[in-house]
Every structure is written in structure tokens, then in C-alpha cells.
Design a protein around this ligand. Sequence first.
Ligand SMILES: *Cc1c(COP(=O)(O)O)cnc(C)c1O
Length: 375
Amino acid sequence: MNQYPFLDLEAVNKPFMGELQAAAARVVASGRYVGGQENEEFEAALCELCNVTFAVGVSNGLDALRLIFKAYIELGRLQPGDEVIVPANTYVASVLAITDAGLVPVFVEPDEQTLNLDTTLIEKHLGQRTKAVLTVHLYGRACYDHVLADVVERHGLLLVEDNAQAIDARASEPSPWGTVTTGSLGHAAAFSFYPTKNLGALGDAGAVTTHDRELAATVRALANYGSDRRYHNIYKGYNCRLDPLQAAFLSVKIKYLADETARRRQLAADYNHNIVNPLIVKPLVDSPDLAVWHQYVVRTSHRSDFLRHLADNGVGYDIHYAVPPHLQPCYSHYSHLDLPLTCRIAQEVVSLPVSSCTSRDDARHIAEIINNYSL
Ligand SMILES: *Cc1c(COP(=O)(O)O)cnc(C)c1O
């Protein structure tokens, strides 16, 4: 057992135990086990947090992304075969949603500083059939700027946010809707409440947010067998609904999200202040609102050696992500793509503990351990 665990979900949820048990008891006693008031209350809280008009609770983050793309196809705003710009440095789920909808991913390299999509490269990847950009706020850092907003506007593209990792982050520039919170910046956004995310359920859960009434209604219908009302199916849909038990848990935890975000920002600031080792590249820490630190990711070109040092000193870690999507076996037809920065990042990244089971003292000790690392 590591002295400094990377993540301990039991410890993460322990402070909410009483409220979570009360929420579960409420659902059990309600007799309403699909949909209903628990979902409506959580959706309202999410709308308020993100400054959007519509939120639709769904089964998980991947389904949230899939439903957005499928809904745009049902609405005729995307056609199968259309291209979607996606960062090459992302979790595979971003890409799975694109290909699942019969759309074509166009992989774009990240910015070396932010590790997020390099928005200045979008323009030269645009073709006749490019119809959308999927921006991923990777590691909890908002990926939105005027370069992105401008290219989306000039080419009439749809902007979809993969906000699985960045709930409560703020962009440095307002969207056309005058909003800055991630989840409100584009035409639609997908959230994951997988237990390890900053707002984690006690099982699978997700949501779609949007300013667009028609899209929200289409996503909601698609997630409910494609029916707009009972026994009336306008689409060939799915069952991707949010479980009200998870909605009830999320309504408890969303009240404490601001504390969680503040704590992660403090740990990131502590790491950044205390880690001083020329062998270790720290993440960019600029405007504090921009990142909610789903992961605190350092880089080193001597990773296997560095990981051994962490393990020997009781420091838990993870790798996000060791294999980029275009090199996964299921995407072997993209393995020839020339994405050198993405491939290098995948070999260098190391995620350090940054969850609520890590204290500021822990972070200080971990920084010392990292400073003692040498070749
Ligand atoms: C977690 C995650 C997803 C998928 O969410 P699930 O709820 O696990 O399906 C999608 N994209 C990114 C960037 C993620 O981190």
C-alpha cells in the first residue's frame, strides 16, 4: 500500500457518507426508480453551475458524447461521413463517440505547453466535409480561446465540448453566449460523473448541457428509446437515462464542488511551487480559473526510471494516457498518422495524486521525493 495513494474513492466519499445514505434512502422510499424529481433537481443544479438553459442527465460520459453527435445527425446538422476535429491527445472515449456516429475524426496535435488542442492548427485541417470541432478540456484545463471561437464562427462549425474532466473550469475569454464556464462555451457539452471525476457519482453517470432547446429535446428523446412522449417513437433511440439514485448522490456532491475545486487548485499551486527538479517538466499554471486540476500531470523523458523512484518512495501515480487513441488496436487504420508530439507526450506523462485524499502536507512530501530524484 502506497503511503501516498493516487486515489482512494472510499476516502473521497467518506465525508458525505451521512448525506449520501439519506439520499439513497429517499430514492428507495420514493417508489420512483427511473427519471423523476431527483433527475430534475440535479439537472437544475447543473444548469445553474454551468450557466446553461438545458441539462439532460444521461447514463455516462461516453453516452453523453454519442447522444450529442447522434442528435445532430437526426436534426440534419451533421451527416454520416462528416469530419470532426478532435485533439489527438485525449482519452479514447472522445474518438469513440465520433466514430460510433459514423463521423470521421481528424486528429490535431496538442500545444506543448497546455497539452490541449493547439487551436492554431485547426484551420489547416479543415476540409469540405469538416463540420464540427470536439474540444476536450483535458486534465481539467479549459481549451477555449478566440482562435477556436473565430474558426468555428467563420466556417459555421458546431463546437462540442468534452467536459468530462473540467466541470467548474472557466475560459479566459467569453463565448458568443457571454458565458465562460466549461459546458456553456460551445453548442453542446458532454459531462462524465464517473466515480474518479471531480464530481463523481457512485457508479456511472453523465449529462449533456446546451443553450439549444431543440438539441436538448432530441438528446432527451434519443436517450429514452427515441420517444418524445410515451409509446411514440420519433427516432430509433437508445436507453441512456441517468439513474435517479446517481442523480440523488450527485445533488449531494455538487454542493461541495467549489470546495473540491479550490482544494485541487491549492494542491496544484503547492506542487508547482515546491517541485524544482530540472528533470521534471511541470504543467502550466497561469490563470487560476482556467484549470480545475482533474489531473496534475508532470512530464519526464526518463519515465520508467522516475516511476520506479515514485514507487520506491510510496507515491501513487497513474498515466493519462499511455497509448493515444490513433494507436489503439481498434483504430489501426489511423496508426500511420504523423502525430509526433502526441506520441511523445504519451511516453512522458505522469499524473500525481491530487484528489481529496491528498493533504497539503502529502503534496509537500511528494514534492520533496520528486526533488530527490536524479538519474
Ligand atoms: C471519463 C471521460 C470520458 C468518458 O466518460 P465515462 O463516464 O467514463 O463514459 C470521455 N472523455 C473524457 C476526456 C474522459 O475523461
